[in-house]
Ligand binder design. Structure first.
Ligand code: ZN
Length: 129
């Protein structure tokens, strides 16, 4: 069942917030090598979309779930967010989101942990090819 909620990420720069019904992807990593760097990669041969690990060259690597959130997914989910300086501000924004969407009581505020002492991951230039 979709689990709507508001998710807050704290990094050294501040707090970011998204609303989402599924952030499960945050914890999935490619398992081809220790530092996977996955890009969408379209093979001209068959015209299909594939993922390629730019770190080790594996095409369509297997994935595994880890305890730690995947930085690439952090960028995907939170990359375009406003950054709030204080927890008070971001929680006010959470309240606004709940008011707008009229969430029922299934809506929750959750924190993505483990990034409090880290910088937001670099947003790498998109490289399609
Ligand atoms: Zn790899």
């Amino acid at each position: 069942m979709p689990y709507y909620g508001v998710y807050i990420l704290q990094t050294i720069e501040g707090y970011r917030i998204i609303q989402s019904k599924d952030i499960g992807n945050l914890y999935w990593w490619a398992s081809c090598c220790p530092t996977p760097d996955i890009k969408d990669y379209s093979l001209e041969v068959d015209g299909m979309f594939h993922d390629k690990c730019m770190a080790c060259g594996t095409l369509d690597p297997e994935t595994e779930k880890r305890e730690e959130a995947n930085p690439n997914m952090i960028i995907e989910f939170f990359g375009r967010c406003t950054t709030y300086d204080t927890e008070k501000e971001v929680l006010e924004e959470a309240c606004n989101m709940f008011d707008e969407k009229l969430y029922d009581d299934l809506g929750t505020v959750s924190y993505i942990r483990g990034w409090e002492d880290k910088f937001f991951p670099d947003i790498k230039e998109k490289n399609n090819g």
